[in-house]
Design a protein around this ligand. Structure first.
Ligand SMILES: NC(=O)c1ccc[n+]([C@@H]2O[C@H](COP(=O)([O-])OP(=O)(O)OC[C@H]3O[C@@H](n4cnc5c(N)ncnc54)[C@H](OP(=O)(O)O)[C@@H]3O)[C@@H](O)[C@H]2O)c1
Length: 279
């Protein structure tokens, strides 16, 4: 039987309504609009698209979103200083650093500057450490969105085998920790993984966050599996995920489409973090 194709609209609607009410409360309490500052370095098409969408989502909820764009040549030290300024501005309630950074800027060297209470995408070492230890924190938006979708759909997770393809600090790694927190048995795959199809076929829950369009094909999926596709890629002007959607939807029991799946929900996750703080 073909999979249930996840429709994000009801959750988007409910979360938007809840967050609009929170934005109003924030304005009343603080006598100003909440504001998210996003930092983008260089020109990456996917990051620029994400940035424009984030501005729209913030406006729609009633938050300010200030974009700080820096040229590709920006030095690491200079970016650290700029982030300090944004951190120290009491008008910024969250600071998001859009990835990827140019290769000459070390991610660690700049994310460590983010104050944990403003690091709403959970990129810095304090938030990452708290996630590892299971303490309240900001969970990176993709992983936190996966958590929200699993809770919203009430799909069973405890005791299931979750296989995650991708181990980046913003994607696979925090998602593995979230699924472990939900009592799944977790396997994480990456470019050194041998026999990827053998492992993905073991998954009751398959999460893919790689950035390779069509990497996961129907023969790599266990019949009846839950498939969550966090990939966002552009192929011939079309946005597609990391999963071969047409083939995999015939095998899985549940699948998140791209576009229309996790992506737009991640903006609301960042907005929730900015308005409500770590949870
Ligand atoms: N839904 C959202 O809101 C959202 C947010 C951010 C990013 N994304 C999307 O998520 C995708 C991943 O982004 P990212 O920033 O996490 O990418 P990334 O930093 O490039 O990491 C990619 C990960 O995938 C692994 N990988 C690459 N090719 C593989 C292969 N053939 N087999 C197995 N593993 C492979 C890499 O392994 P190694 O570690 O061994 O190199 C790495 O761990 C992209 O499409 C991006 O656009 C979505």
């Amino acid at each position: 039987m073909p999979a249930i194709i996840y429709d994000n609209k009801p959750l988007l609607k409910r979360l938007s309504e809840e967050l609009r009410a929170e934005a109003v409360k924030f304005r009343q309490q603080h006598q100003r609009q909440a504001r998210l500052a996003q930092v983008i370095v260089g020109h990456d098409a996917a990051a620029e698209l994400y940035s424009r969408q984030l501005v729209r989502s913030c406006r729609n909820i009633g938050l300010g979103c200030a974009t700080f764009s820096f040229p590709f040549e920006t030095e690491e030290q200079e970016l650290r200083k700029e982030l300090e300024i944004l951190n120290n501005d009491p008008g910024n309630d969250g600071v998001v650093l859009l990835l990827p950074l140019p290769a000459h800027i070390r991610q660690r060297a700049v994310t460590e500057v983010l104050r944990p209470e403003k690091d709403v995408d959970g990129l810095g070492p304090r938030n990452a450490g708290n996630l590892l230890l299971g303490f309240p924190n900001f969970i990176p938006s993709t992983a936190d969105t996966i958590l929200t979708v699993l809770q919203d759909t009430a799909l069973p997770v405890a005791g299931r085998h979750a296989v995650i393809v991708g181990r980046s600090n913003i994607g696979g790694k925090p998602t593995a920790l979230v699924l472990m927190r939900l009592d799944a048995t977790v396997t994480v795959c990456h470019t050194y993984t041998q026999n990827l199809p053998e492992l993905t076929r073991e998954a009751d829950i398959l999460v893919v966050s790689v950035g390779r369009p069509g990497l996961i094909t129907a023969d790599m999926v266990k019949p009846g599996a839950v498939v969550l596709d966090a990939g966002i890629n552009t192929v011939n002007g079309q946005v597609v995920g990391d999963v071969d959607f047409a083939g995999v939807k015939q095998v899985a029991s549940f699948i998140t489409p791209v576009p229309g799946g996790l992506g737009p929900l991640t903006h609301l996750t960042l907005i929730r973090h900015t308005l409500l703080g770590p949870q």
